[in-house]
Ligand binder design. Structure first.
Ligand code: SF4
Length: 364
């Protein structure tokens, strides 16, 4: 591959070897003024994980190619220093999504090129007219996490150990392979203190942004799902579903994203709809998984109002601006109350013990 192509596929073995041969010291990458553009781009690609996809530049000269190549190891250092498993997953997905976009286009014109990328992941596949035939164990390895029923092996044509798939599907399987490889290789173990110190300002900014988005998305650890703490709008949607009333698309999206954001499993969310006579598991699962896979955020109260989905406002609603804040506020208050009650119980027990001791020690 040319250096330009290697820069677009930085996770490949060939790219690592090429970068190693360039023989730049980590120290200069972290501190030298000559690598400032590399660090800027590395930071940018990690930041872009918050938007779901790392951009892929077009190159004007060798310096830009080099910058792109080296920005990947730098980005990996940043992600390792942030060291939040959920963020690592998001970063890996954003890198893999970007590569998928490239492969999807490339595979139509040049399938052999994409098949070669597959070889780096040990994927055995061949071109067969307009299709790709992939060895079944490789197919299973990378399709396992795809929730759509169409990916199930039972729904595929299997012949002599090979599964026939569309070209675009092969690109999608490779996206999963890339995501797994990147996620599995992070965080980098034992990063020296001097390296951490050199990128401390960027790591602090990333952590702050991650924390802010985590709060907004409500993917903080909210503990077990407690239906009694759902806001009125979501309760109304749930009762409509139970009564067989069709939800507007915007309300359906709000309800599903809310249930996923508070920690419900995909299967449970799908089952929540399994009450209406025209329930289609396949269709519902597709929609729920689409929302789950893209980690969509529940709409804010303002957006809910715009679409007429804000119904049954109560006192807590006056204090929050997001349905997830309603839920997390009630969870927080409940946990606080429980801690106070436990403390009160312990104090009571202590007093009772002290009284008991006093009584036992009283002179007869
Ligand atoms: S104010 Fe927000 S949380 Fe309350 S009902 Fe309206 S949309 Fe739901």
């Amino acid at each position: 591959m040319s250096p330009e192509e290697l820069a677009l596929f930085p996770f490949l073995t060939e790219t690592s070897e090429y970068v190693e041969e360039l023989d730049f010291s980590l120290d200069s990458l972290m501190t030298s003024i000559a690598f400032e553009s590399v660090r800027r781009r590395g930071f940018e690609r990690v930041m872009q994980a918050f938007d779901g996809e790392v951009s892929k530049p077009s190159f004007g000269n060798d310096k830009e190619v080099l910058s792109e190549l080296l920005s990947y190891p730098y980005a990996r250092i940043l992600v390792s220093c942030v060291n939040e498993p959920a963020f690592t997953r998001r970063y890996a997905l954003a890198e893999a999504t970007a590569v998928h976009s490239i492969m999807k286009k490339r595979i139509e014109k040049d399938p052999e090129f994409v098949l070669d990328i597959g070889k780096d992941f040990g994927v055995s596949a061949v071109q067969s007219e307009e299709h790709i035939r992939i060895y079944f164990s490789d197919y299973i390895r990378y399709s396992l996490s795809m929730k759509d029923l169409s990916w199930k092996l039972i729904n595929r044509h299997l012949e002599h150990g090979y599964v026939t798939i569309q070209r675009e599907e092969f690109a999608r399987l490779l996206q999963e392979a890339v995501r797994k490889r990147i996620e599995g290789s992070l965080p980098i173990p034992e990063i020296p203190d001097e390296i951490r110190n050199a990128c401390d300002a960027q790591v602090t900014e990333l952590k702050a942004k991650y924390e802010e988005q985590r709060q907004n998305l409500g993917d903080a650890d909210l503990g077990e799902v407690d239906f009694s703490m759902f806001p009125p709008c979501i309760n109304k949607a749930l009762s409509n579903v139970r009564e067989g009333v069709n939800l507007a698309h915007s309300m359906r999206f709000a309800m599903v994203s809310f249930l996923l954001n508070v920690g419900m499993q995909t299967d449970d969310v799908v089952n929540a709809f399994n009450v209406s006579p025209d329930f289609s598991e396949e269709k519902t699962r597709y929609q729920v998984e689409h929302i789950a896979n893209n980690q969509y955020k529940t709409p804010s109260c303002a957006t809910m109002q715009t679409y007429g989905n804000c119904v049954g406002k109560d006192n807590m609603c006056a204090k929050i601006r997001h349905p997830l804040s309603y839920y997390s506020a009630l969870k927080f208050l409940a946990a606080k109350r429980q801690a106070e009650e436990e403390k009160y119980g312990k104090d009571e027990e202590k007093t009772a013990n002290e009284n008991n001791n006093l009584e036992n020690n009283e002179p007869g």
